[in-house]
Design a protein around this ligand. Sequence first.
Ligand code: S3P
Length: 440
Amino acid sequence: MTAQHELRFDLAPGGKLGGCFAVPGDKSISHRAVMLGAIADGESRISGFLEGADSLATLKALRQLGVEIEGPDQGCLQVQGVGLHGLRPSRTPLDMGNSGTSMRLLTGLLSGQYFASELIGDASLTRRPMRRVTDPLIQMGARIATSPEGTAPLHIQPAVGLTGIRYAMPVASAQVKSSLLLAGLYASGETSVIEPAPTRDHTERMLGALGCAVDQDGACIRVRGGQRLTGTAIAVPGDISSAAFFLVGASIAANSELTLTGVGVNPTRTGVIDILKAMGADITLVDARDQGGEPVADLRVRSAELKGIRIPSDLVPLAIDEFPAIFVAAACAQGETLLRGAEELRVKESDRIQTMADGLRVLGIEAEALPDGLRIQGGALQGGSVDSHGDHRVAMAFAMAALRASAPIEVRDCANVNTSFPGFASLAASAGLGIVERYG
Ligand code: S3P
């Protein structure tokens, strides 16, 4: 057993949430800010960068590839862009840790380089499917070897020249789309990606902000190779995926009222708000504004009586990371909540359908795992000991469940909360959650 397995959350039952605070910077945007800043011409000044293990893995990899980066210091970074062709080979493998976004996006970026790279990850990342990016990249001319199972480690050979392709994605995945757009910068001609459903568009927005033309025609996103990027200032908004735990916590705990400031509300990310509102949540967007091409607002949430719903399938990709929190809301709602069309949850940091169903059942909730979703009957939460399986979002979701539990909850294997939300336990405690971190 490694040290990672030794952190657990001990949660006192009941309580309420209150206050006004910011959550850490958006993980998806933080990754993209350092990657695009690295291959831009000139300096990029990034603020609000998420200092979590996942985005720090991307940062470290770019340093290994010869990019000078000052910081992070309280979320501020200066990246000295090396230009489209200025990256240098790393002498050692690039370790992506637990981060699927780092591995999939950097695979696209590194496929177009005239040097070899090796990408490795932790046990969870090494189980996750990589052919979804390597197959289309190989079609573009990339030379990448995976394990026989199509997983990391990934060995990328020096490029002999990429060619733009037109690729209809079989799964709605922003990581696949972004990986291909990044490789497309190094390809001859145009690279087009067709989405089966809209997914987060941070790569497209940020490429635009750095002066690179990206065209969108319905579901088809196109980029021309060889375009140069220009360094700029990037202010990363708060992560709606981290805010989601507090949106659920304040909704389910009586007499709660919270304001979360400066949260990114890009419409490709706000499925969690739409789903919670459809369940009866009291969430208001205040002071909606633009921050460097990304919509931002303060989110005000008050406790509410929730009811179970059938989750509309078009919202699935727009709330893909928020289902662990939404499932806890469903456990506290009147009646049944049904999610279908979400098989992607089985290949996240854990199998989130199974880990959430198992944990909810430990807490006395009827939860039926389906191949592509979950059926949850709202009820009374008991206490108990829940295994997060090293999945940060599962751990934080079950921490919030304690607000409605009748007895203490223990959540095991919580060290990976640091991948996306460093300081979660102390921020949640200051908002009113009875949470204590224990080692051993
Ligand atoms: C992400 C895309 C999503 C999401 C992940 C971050 C991104 O993954 O689950 O946490 O930053 O592009 P998929 O593209 O696999 O859906």
